[in-house]
Design a binder for this molecule. Structure first.
Ligand SMILES: C=C1C[C@]23C[C@@]1(O)CC[C@H]2[C@@]12CCC[C@@](C)(C(=O)O1)[C@H]2[C@@H]3C(=O)O
Ligand SMILES: O=C(O)CCC(=O)C(=O)O
Ligand SMILES: [Fe+2]
Length: 343
C-alpha cells in the first residue's frame, strides 16, 4: 500500500463526487456540467514567454531556477524519456478511457481510497461537474487493472510501471537542479530527494469530446500539492496557467516536450520564491478527446517540509508541516491550505 493513499483515508468522498458522467451517452451538456460564463474564459493565448529548459544545456541550473522563479512552469526538452515510452503510456490511457462506462466503474475509486477511476479529487469544492474523468495510480496498478481487464491486464501494468520508473528518475534530476539553483548543499538536497522515500502518484486524465465546449470546464483552477509535477499532454491544447498581469496563458504541447510545474510543497520549501502555479484545462470547439498524464513527485509522506531557501532577512514565511498534515489540510481547504501554515 502506497502510504500517500493512506493520507487521503480520513477524507472520504460521496459517490456523486467520484462517479463520472457516461460521456458516450450524452448528446447535449447536462445542467450539472454547465459552468457560468466568465470573462476569464477568453484566454490570452500568448504563450510565447513560457520558458523552455534544455536539460543538456550547461547552464541548466540557472535556467531552471529562473523558470521556476518567474513562471513556476516550463517546458523541458532533452529530458531523456524516449518518445515510444510516452506514446505507449498514452495509448494505454486511451485504451482504458475507451472502455464502456460500466466496465470503467469496476475500477471506481472507493470513497476513502485514492487510486482508481473517478472524478478529480477537487470536485467537492465546485458546484458544477468538470468535463473530465481520471484514473489515479500509486505504485502498482495491478489491482485496478485486473478489475478492468481480468484476462489482459499485464500490458497496462508493464507500460504504466515503466512510465512511472522513467518519470521518477526525471523528477529526481529536475529536483536536484532546482534545489541547486536555490544554493542548497548536497546534504540538504539528498534529504529532499531521497530516492527510496519519495511518495509519487500518476494521474491519467481524459477530457472527452464535448458537444458544447465553451460552456464546460475540463479541470477547474487548482495548484498541485506536489513538489513538482511532470505533465505529458500529447498533441491537444487545453492547459492554461494563470499569470499575474497576463491572465490565463495557454501552454501548448510541443513535440515530445514535457511540462513541469511547481507545486505547493516546492513553493513552501523555496519560501515562496517559486510560485505554485494555478492552472486549469479548457475545451475547444470540434476538439477530439484530450488525454494527459500527470506525474506528481512528493516528499516522503512522513517527512516534514519547511522553507529551506531563506531570503537574506532569513524570515521563514511558512511553518514546518508534515506531508500527511498538509494533504489533510488541503483535503478540507483546497486553495486556502497555505494560509493555515503561513507564519
Ligand atoms: C497525489 C495526488 C495529487 C492529486 C490528488 C492525488 O491523490 C491524486 C490525484 C491528483 C489530482 C489530479 C487532478 C488535479 C488534482 C488537484 C486532483 O483533484 O487530483 C490533483 C491532486 C493534487 O495535486 O492535490
Ligand atoms: O490535463 C492537463 O493538461 C493538466 C492536468 C492537471 O493539471 C493535473 O492532473 O493536475
Ligand atoms: Fe494540476
Amino acid at each position: 500500500m502506497n502510504t500517500l493513499s493512506e493520507a487521503y483515508r480520513d477524507h472520504p468522498l460521496h459517490l456523486h463526487h467520484i462517479i463520472p458522467l457516461d460521456f458516450d451517452s450524452v448528446r447535449t451538456v447536462p445542467e450539472s456540467h454547465v459552468w457560468p460564463p466568465s470573462p476569464a474564459f477568453e484566454p490570452d493565448d500568448d504563450q510565447s514567454s513560457i520558458p523552455t529548459v534544455d536539460l543538456m544545456d550547461p547552464d541548466a541550473v540557472k535556467l531552471i531556477g529562473h523558470a521556476c522563479e518567474t513562471w513556476g512552469v516550463f517546458h523541458v526538452i532533452n529530458h531523456g524519456i524516449p518518445m515510444d515510452i510516452l506514446d505507449e503510456a498514452e495509448s494505454e490511457a486511451r485504451r482504458l478511457f475507451s472502455l464502456p462506462a460500466g466496465q470503467k466503474l469496476r475500477a471506481l475509486r472507493s470513497p476513502a481510497g485514492a487510486t482508481g477511476y473517478g472524478l478529480a479529487r477537487i470536485s467537492p469544492f465546485f458546484n458544477k461537474n468538470m468535463w473530465h474523468e481520471g484514473f489515479t495510480v500509486m505504485g502498482s496498478p495491478i489491482d485496478h487493472a485486473r478489475e478492468l481487464w481480468p484476462d489482459d491486464y499485464q500490458r497496462f501494468c508493464d507500460v504504466i510501471e515503466d512510465y512511472q520508473k522513467k518519470m521518477k528518475e526525471l523528477a529526481e534530476t529536475l529536483m536536484h537542479l532546482i534545489l541547486k539553483s536555490l544554493d542548497l548543499s548536497e546534504e540538504e538536497i539528498s534529504k529532499v530527494v531521497s530516492s527510496g522515500g519519495a511518495s509519487t502518484a500518476l494521474q491519467l486524465n481524459s477530457y472527452p469530446f464535448c458537444p458544447d465546449p465553451s460552456r464546460v470546464m475540463g479541470l477547474a483552477p487548482h495548484t498541485d500539492t506536489s513538489l513538482l509535477t511532470v505533465l505529458y499532454q500529447s498533441t491537444i491544447d487545453g492547459l492554461q496557467i494563470f499569470k499575474d498581469g497576463a491572465g490565463w496563458v495557454l501552454v501548448s504541447p510541443t513535440n515530445g516536450s514535457l511540462v513541469v510545474n511547481v507545486g505547493d510543497f516546492l513553493h513552501i520549501l523555496s519560501n515562496a520564491r517559486f510560485p505554485n502555479v494555478i492552472h486549469r484545462v479548457v475545451l475547444k470547439e470540434n476538439q477530439k478527446q484530450r488525454l494527459s498524464l500527470a506525474y506528481f513527485y512528493n516528499p516522503p509522506v512522513d517527512s516534514h517540509v519547511s522553507p529551506l531557501a531563506l531570503n537574506s532577512a532569513r524570515i521563514p514565511l511558512y511553518r514546518s508541516v508534515s506531508v500527511r498534515e498538509y494533504v489533510d489540510i488541503k483535503a478540507s481547504n483546497l486553495e486556502k491550505a497555505l494560509s493555515f501554515i503561513r507564519i
